[in-house]
Design a protein. Sequence first.
Length: 71
Amino acid sequence: MHYNITTVGFYDAMSAEQVDFILKQTEMNTLVVTADYAKKLIDMKKNGMAVAVQTLIVTGDVVPQDLAAAA
């Protein structure tokens, strides 16, 4: 709490709408995710969702196409 960090669990079974709702409620702008989940968030951003997300910290290898799309 001292650093204003909130831990939120996102699950693969959650729809994009559910994830977007949580992102809006928590006003998250930085997320630590797996490469697979990063792709989901990049796609959400392309569709006008996850508007507050500015930074993705990805664990694992990122596909060059996803890296280019995130830029």
